[in-house]
Ligand binder design. Structure first.
Ligand SMILES: NC(=O)c1ccc[n+]([C@@H]2O[C@H](COP(=O)([O-])OP(=O)(O)OC[C@H]3O[C@@H](n4cnc5c(N)ncnc54)[C@H](O)[C@@H]3O)[C@@H](O)[C@H]2O)c1
Length: 360
């Protein structure tokens, strides 16, 4: 029975984890997520590179990285580098990924793999043809609340899932990403993509995507949509609602999830979204008609979606390299997340529901 309560939500670390990692792009996310997570687990970051050399030097100094490369070519010709970890804007990512694949390096790419679906497909095809592993940094799958939810669902606590909701209504500090203010497709492409990927991790692929996008009167000259509602319908009857508002400036901000099944319910909070990027631990409560029907359970979870969950995609990539297996957030799988993201934009622009297979 104790096994029933074992939430095993911490990322599994592979036996071998001293693969040489080179970072390309040393901006915000690398400094407050990739490098803190890798340092905590003693990963072997051999060097870093940024077109703005001062950014690479600063990261190297802060995180004791032995080498600052002068070019991408230097990285690719360094035999110590096994994994190229890319963290640049998506429109710069493809060119770097292509060169790294041609040099036979394995890759961890940032999300979105590309802001153009056909480009993402071609990167994935090129990696497959070259026999290199390509994982995408969809680390929310390793967020403690999401991972623990997966364990509870696997152990049958809620029976057959029927309704899932992720609702986030916060004041997002957009000034952390000045470049995002200018992108035409913002909320789903850069933020809800995490919720979509987590929902796919928990429940698989939906049959239909319906999405509505809006601007907030508070968003000033931020170009893209900042308030979205996306509904995913599954052939099983499962319905998913993802509703996000990045301009809730009130004192009632929330980031909650609720997963209901035929026999139970799991609900919790996404701690990171309370005061991003400092956050607080996720919370998790559940109850079940199947197990201990008179009780309601709570778990204290450790670790945050950022930075702690960042060890997940890298660890899974390393595991795939040593077993010649497939990373959990493999590029080919990620195309299905991108299909839903792109289906959401098609749905919003054409005022209709879209099947993911329409995105080719
Ligand atoms: N997984 C997550 O939770 C998460 C969170 C935030 C950002 N991101 C993603 O990470 C990526 C980077 O975001 P950021 O906020 O760190 O941006 P940023 O602008 O802070 O950093 C990007 C860095 O890349 C460098 N760069 C740009 N083009 C380059 C090139 N061709 N070669 C080498 N360096 C180059 C820039 O000089 C900059 O230092 C984006 O794709 C974003 O979507 C993911």
């Amino acid at each position: 029975m104790t096994d029933l309560f074992e939430l095993d939500y911490q990322p599994l670390l592979p036996a071998k984890r001293d693969y040489g990692i080179a970072i390309v792009g040393c901006g915000g996310i690398v400094n407050y997520a990739h490098l803190p997570a890798y340092r905590k687990h003693n990963l072997n970051v051999v060097g870093c590179y940024d077109i703005r050399r001062e950014n690479a030097e600063k990261a190297a100094q802060t995180y004791y990285i032995p080498r600052v490369y002068a070019s991408l070519e230097e990285i690719l010709s360094d035999p110590e580098v096994v994994i190229v970890d890319i963290a640049v804007q998506p429109w710069h990512q493809a060119a770097i990924a292509r060169q790294a694949i041609a040099a036979g390096k394995h890759l961890l790419c940032q999300k979105p793999l590309s802001d153009t679906f056909s480009e993402a497909v071609s990167i994935v095809q090129q990696a497959r043809a070259a026999g290199v592993k390509l994982a995408v940094n969809q680390q929310m799958r390793w967020d403690p609340g999401i991972r623990a939810t997966a364990a509870l669902i696997r152990k049958g606590w809620i029976g057959e899932p029927t309704d899932a909701t992720i609702q986030v209504s916060v004041a997002t500090p957009w000034e952390m990403w000045p470049w995002l203010a200018k992108v035409p497709r913002l909320e789903v492409m850069y933020h809800s993509i995490h919720y979509i990927d987590s929902i796919r991790y928990l429940f698989g692929d939906p049959a239909w995507v319906t999405s509505r996008h809006a601007r907030s009167p508070l968003q000033g000259d931020v170009v893209g949509e900042t308030k979205t509602i996306t509904v995913l319908d599954y052939s099983s009857g499962l319905q998913v609602l993802i509703a996000v508002n990045h301009y809730n400036q009130t004192d009632d901000q929330f980031a909650i999830f609720r997963f209901i099944g035929t026999e139970g319910v799991i609900n919790g909070t996404i701690g990171l979204m309370y005061n991003y990027p400092h956050g607080r631990p996720d919370t998790l409560c559940w109850s079940s008609k199947r197990h201990y029907p008179d009780k309601r359970f709570e778990s204290k979870l450790e670790g945050l979606w950022i930075p702690d969950a960042f060890i997940g995609p890298m660890a899974s990539l390393m595991q795939a390299i040593q077993e010649d297996g497939t990373p959990e957030t493999d590029g080919a799988d990620n195309l299905n997340t991108l299909r839903i993201v792109n289906a959401a934009y098609l749905s919003a622009s054409e005022n209709r529901s879209v099947q993911p297979a329409e995105i080719t």
